[in-house]
Design a protein around this ligand. Sequence first.
Ligand SMILES: Cc1cc2nc3c(=O)[nH]c(=O)nc-3n(C[C@H](O)[C@H](O)[C@H](O)COP(=O)(O)O)c2cc1C
Length: 335
Amino acid sequence: MSVDLSTTYLGLTLANPLVASSGPLTGSAESLKKLEEAGIAAAVMPSLFEEEIEHDVWQQHKLQQFGSESFAEALDYFPAHALPGDGPDAYLRRIAAAKQAVSIPIIASLNGTSPGGWTGYARQMEEAGADALELNVYFMATDPDVTGAEVEERYLELVGSVRTAIGIPLSVKIGPFFSCLPNIAGRLVEAGADGLVLFNRFLQPDINLDSLAVEPRMSLSSEFEMRLPLRWIAVLRGQLVASLAATSGVYDASGMAKLLLAGADVTMTTAALLQQGPQYASRMIAELSAWMAEREYVSVRQLQGSMSCENCPNPDAYERVNYLKALISYTGSEI
Ligand SMILES: Cc1cc2nc3c(=O)[nH]c(=O)nc-3n(C[C@H](O)[C@H](O)[C@H](O)COP(=O)(O)O)c2cc1C
């Protein structure tokens, strides 16, 4: 029996629900070709960061003000070597190169936190050929004078300003730390998001006990982490008219199947492809297809959301009562 793996994400029809999330493998035409050959249905490019754009703006300003010392200090504020990418112009060229190299949809990624002129780059990304844009709001609120409502307003303002800049579909990648996720999720959609990408993994710094320095620590996800998007996608599926993408901890077809059952339109992966190589995508897709055929699912659409909060037989399992049950059912060897 042949299985229809196609899905719709941000209004784009995709051949299957496996998308390469933003990361090192989606930045070059060469690796994008490998991902496409392995069956990846779409790719999100590595982010262009607000800081890179601001740095570029300062550079141009400095050139115009050549001889003035006042800008040298400001430039030091954004040391070029500390920035992740090669700047906005190179980014736009990479979008164009990606579009030439592959025929799968290419989603550009803009990463920042403060409303401002940098969001105008969204339009240039569209002009460079991006099929959609992912806005990653990677924001850490540490000021005790800022309220949760103010933080949320900032998100909405950002989304609104990017929305007005572009005509292509817009997704917003957020973290899970909101007092009421369904509320902000709904307002992000009202502000113009066509979809949400759940969730950003906030990387936690570590303290080096030898040097007594605080160090950023980049560690890959674990498979267990997919349970967080699983729960929230199941909850949000019936509440939002928007695309939902799952990211974090998607390592194999079983993770994909679970997230689709919960209600994801697509599942995204970075770490699995970094560890196993781009060709691993073909195995994930083939195993999903085999599992579906064995269970007599004819299409991904039939699978999607059938175990969401509104459709599953025991929706309370996604809620607080599940916590009580889980505590009671714990049977470790030490008790
Ligand atoms: C080395 C590396 C670089 C990444 N760069 C970006 C980035 O530029 N922008 C972004 O939104 N996410 C970035 N991510 C996060 C991934 O897109 C993804 O959301 C995260 O790794 C969780 O998915 P996974 O468990 O499949 O790795 C990066 C992840 C890794 C491991």
